[in-house]
Ligand binder design. Structure first.
Ligand code: AMP
Length: 405
């Protein structure tokens, strides 16, 4: 069965088509600047018969439907297509950021599920509305094809009570579901599975710490293959400093800012989610730009990186303790975790007495697959395991539909 995996953003649509009989990637692509009347871009890559081909379309996509129509045209194109028609797609898997407590596993989309996604937008204002848009577009353009929603909060719903509860009045939890959910769960679940596979250990015996370092960043502590704790909380802003999100801050800052700056709840939320993090400190979100600025002597860029690394190290220390100082591995993943040797080295600096010994040469070597970047005598292996959320989503869709071909 072919599964189309969609990760719909507010002005973008990332997709992958996978043949799940062989778990091969047939094509992937990204449509950007959807809704921008002056320009739009769609990059479509195919991997048919082991040959890579890239196609680029540059023109405005007024709506998500228009972008998806172009994607379907490319998927079925006689020249660069990988399927004859859209009927060859057996299921569509959607990444959805927040599902709350109502959903603890991947589900077939129906009106009830859409309603949950809508209601949970309050906890994930950047992502849930865009994820729902992707589902609605798929329903319109692929009538009759099952849609499966895979929630980023799923992995975190398995946390123990003492990890997910906040010390607030208990009715906040009972009445409103205020608790830690743990986002990026699809990535963390996949990476835990891939780490166990790489180490040759049963997943149920894996104790590890995963650092998902991308534009959004989060960490999980894994015990016996399950999520023991997560840096992400009720929404997608707690924990690490991120590209545009502030991470953990003193909660008293929020009412203070609201009062002093006369901000509404929506405005203070926008400030924390979209104008903070590394963007708030130095005006940039992309780590490559930040490194270039640091090299040019920019003080604020240097401060942004220091804040980012410090937030990771503090969480790493906490999780190291939770695992009694003996994780099977610590793992870097996502855009920065996979590609940025400078950040990895800064995170691991001076941790040799704890048994974490980075191998500088291995850290500086770029390869595409999972790899070890610690020395042979490092008591705790330091790994780079590229995440594959799309494969995780497609596997869930296949499992739900109960047919792999
Ligand atoms: P993600 O959200 O996982 O797609 O990660 C995106 C982020 O990864 C970008 O914003 C960059 O900061 C970072 N990134 C990607 N490639 C590199 C690289 N070669 N070096 C440093 N950072 C990178």
């Amino acid at each position: 069965m072919n599964v189309l995996v969609i990760n719909s953003g507010s002005s973008s649509c990332k997709y992958r088509l996978l043949d799940m009989a062989t778990e091969t990637l047939l094509c992937s692509g990204l449509a950007e600047r959807i809704g921008d009347p002056s320009s739009g871009c769609l990059v479509h890559e195919t991997f048919k018969d082991g040959k890579e081909r890239k196609v680029r379309r540059e023109h405005p996509f007024p709506t998500h439907v228009a972008a998806m129509e172009e994607i379907i045209a490319l998927l079925t194109d006689p020249e660069v297509g990988v399927i004859a028609d859209r009927g060859e797609i057996g299921a569509i898997g959607h990444r959805v950021v927040h599902g709350g407590v109502e959903v603890t596993e991947p589900v077939l989309v129906d009106e009830k599920v859409k309603d949950i996604i809508r209601r949970r937008s309050v906890l994930s204002p950047l992502h849930n509305p865009a994820n729902l848009k992707g589902i609605e577009v798929a329903e319109e353009l692929f009538p009759g094809t099952p849609n499966v929603a895979v929630f980023d909060t799923e992995f975190g719903t398995g946390m123990p009570e003492e990890a997910y509860m906040y010390a607030l009045p208990y009715d906040c939890y009972e009445e409103l579901g205020v608790r830690r959910y743990g986002s990026h769960g699809t990535s963390h679940k996949y990476v835990a599975w891939a780490t166990a596979k790489y180490l040759g250990k049963p997943l149920a015996e894996l104790d590890s710490i995963t650092m998902h370092l991308g534009n959004g960043s989060s960490m999980t502590c894994v015990r016996n293959g399950k999520c023991l704790d997560s840096s992400m909380g009720l929404g997608t802003v707690e924990g690490l400093v991120m590209g545009t999100r502030c991470g953990s801050i003193d909660p008293s800052i929020i009412p203070f800012l609201m009062e002093k700056k006369g901000l509404s709840t929506a405005e203070v939320s926008e400030l924390m989610y979209k104008r903070s993090g590394m963007l708030g400190i130095c005006g940039h979100t992309d780590m490559r730009d930040i490194h270039a600025l640091i090299a040019a002597g920019d003080r604020k860029a240097s401060l942004a990186l220091k804040l980012y690394v410090r937030s990771i190290r503090k969480m790493l220390g906490a999780y190291f303790f939770l695992l009694g100082g003996r994780p099977d591995a610590i793992v870097f993943t996502a855009g920065i975790g996979t590609n940025d040797a400078i950040t990895r080295a800064a995170v691991c600096e001076g941790l040799e007495p704890l048994g974490l010994v980075l191998d500088p040469a291995a850290n500086d070597t770029r390869t595409s697959g999972p790899r070890t970047i610690s020395t042979k005598d490092s008591r705790v292996p330091i790994l780079v395991i590229p995440t594959n959320e799309e494969l995780q989503i497609a596997m869930a869709a296949v499992q739900i539909l109960g047919k792999a071909s």
